[in-house]
Design a protein around this ligand. Structure first.
Ligand code: ZN
Length: 479
């Protein structure tokens, strides 16, 4: 029997705000537990929450970026449950009336686009963090309330995803958008983005043949893909063997590469949702939504297409440069003063700067300013310095912060294109390497590269490679 896989993703992502969702405490992470707390986020009786305006704006903006409808009214609800990570005994969330509904996100897998529906985007508050320890008197848990009340956005997809790879690329595309519009850092390793997946099997004709299984504990995009791969095989093998699959929640165990049953959902959770009595319903007017829409940054796909159309970049180069909003911004600043060398700047950014970024642990640690990169590219393009010198000047600038032009002047790195100077050097090299010349005569073309290298070394890398090559061939053929 053939099966089709159906996957829906629930993403929880921390909204980038200064303060928490319903109080004035800092939303920043802290190494010192229970320092970003007040009566409201500690759940003291008699206190009243107030809604964080920035969190609402960023959630609406996310909805707009995902082509959602923004209903005129939305409402906060109480989700009641008793657990030590919940100070109040309930979480303020949104249930019946979320902030954004019915959108979509296009996901590209190997050139093919699939439209994944977005069911809803809503706003809620994060819970406290529990730390489990063991001591001489047994196991115990510590509660850190710093995270409690931090704004959290939940983005729920329709069950339109059909493969683990597509699930990963959905997350990549979603995170890119969140970063572009400044709604979230989307950093999964730091817990700023968490993802649960619902996965089930259908028969070829679309009939449901397996129950919906929820997968949790996936800590990276890669582990989402691996966990779903594993789960597909587990579910299909069970169905083929005639075993009964149960609707349950399973946890991904990264070290073993398996999912294990956490709890069985025999009954739907009863959270006894009720409208939050301490907060009025939220009402948006059209003009305000329009304002949010116009203040939204250009989205990744639009920016990529503009890079192709306006700067003559290949689709691949534009895609690489617009993957991270920091890189895209950097590129646009660099080309502003590059005298139209759009493609050359693109090559330098995706080559030399990416290498530098890899060594330093991220593009944000690259210290070369866009203006300095542009200066190097311009000097190379005009023949003032050769590409090799350009690369060493770039590293020098990265270390010292000195302007590239200054480095070139101070160290006398201007490219040597003067034929008489180059000829002298080449003659010297040829005279000093009789064996290589003999090899060349007997047809070994490879020695040409070696002799060019020797000449360049003699000129401290400043020779114009074309002039050196021509001079060398001329000398070899006339000796
Ligand atoms: Zn607080």
């Amino acid at each position: 029997m053939e099966f089709r896989t159906v996957i829906g993703l629930e993403v929880h992502t921390q909204v980038l705000t200064e303060t928490k969702m319903f109080c004035g405490c800092s939303a920043a992470a802290s190494d010192v537990p229970n320092t970003h707390v007040c009566a409201v986020c500690l759940g003291m009786p008699g206190v009243l929450p107030t809604v964080n305006r920035a969190a609402v704006e960023k959630t609406v903006m996310t909805g707009l970026a995902l082509d959602c409808t923004i209903p005129r009214f939305n409402r906060f609800d109480r989700k009641n449950y008793m657990y030590p990570d919940q100070m109040k005994g309930y979480q303020i969330s949104q249930y019946e009336l979320p902030m954004a509904v019915s959108g979509f996100l296009d996901v590209e897998v190997e050139g093919e686009t699939t439209r994944v529906g977005i069911t809803r985007v809503h706003l809620e508050e994060d819970t406290a963090r529990l730390v489990h320890r063991s001591g001489p008197d047994g196991d115990y848990s510590l509660v850190d309330v710093n995270r409690s009340g931090v704004p959290l956005m939940e983005i729920v997809s329709d069950p339109d995803i059909t493969s683990p790879q597509q699930a990963r690329l959905y997350l990549v595309a979603l995170r890119r958008i969140l970063r572009y519009i400044g709604a979230s850092s989307g950093n999964m390793e730091e817990g700023a983005l968490r993802c649960d997946a619902n996965i089930s099997q259908r028969s070829e004709d679309g009939l449901i043949v397996g129950p919906k299984v929820e997968i949790k504990n996936m800590n990276s995009f890669r582990s989402v893909e691996r966990a779903l791969d594993y789960e597909i095989e587990r579910q299909r093998a069970a169905l083929r063997n005639g075993e009964t699959l149960v609707q349950e929640t399973r946890g991904w165990v990264e070290t073993q590469g398996i999912t294990v049953s956490q709890r069985t959902k025999e009954f739907a959770d009863d959270y006894r949702y009720l409208p939050e009595p301490d907060l009025p319903p939220v009402e948006f007017d059209e003009a305000w939504i329009g304002m949010i829409s116009t203040s939204m940054a250009e989205l990744p796909v639009a920016r990529r297409d503009r890079f192709v159309a306006d700067f003559g970049l290949s689709f691949h180069d534009a895609d690489v440069l617009t993957d991270d909003v920091i890189v895209a911004d950097y590129y646009e600043q660099a080309i502003a003063s590059s005298g139209g060398h759009y493609r050359e700047v693109a090559t330098w950014v995706s080559g030399e700067l990416f290498a530098l970024a890899r060594n330093r642990g991220g593009f944000e640690y690259v210290t070369v300013t866009p203006e300095h990169l542009s200066e190097i590219v311009t000097m190379v393009a005009s023949g003032e310095i050769n590409a090799l010198t350009g690369k060493s000047v770039l590293l020098d600038t990265a270390e010292s912060g000195t302007a590239p032009r200054q480095i070139v002047m101070d160290q006398g790195l201007t490219q040597v294109s003067d034929a008489s100077i180059v000829d002298d050097v080449v003659r010297e090299i040829v005279a000093a390497n009789p064996k290589a010349v003999e090899d060349y005569r007997s047809g070994k073309q490879a020695v040409v590269g070696f002799l060019i290298g020797q000449a360049m070394k003699q000129m401290r890398g400043r020779g114009n490679p074309d002039v050196v090559r021509q001079a060398l061939l001329r000398t070899l053929d006339n000796t």
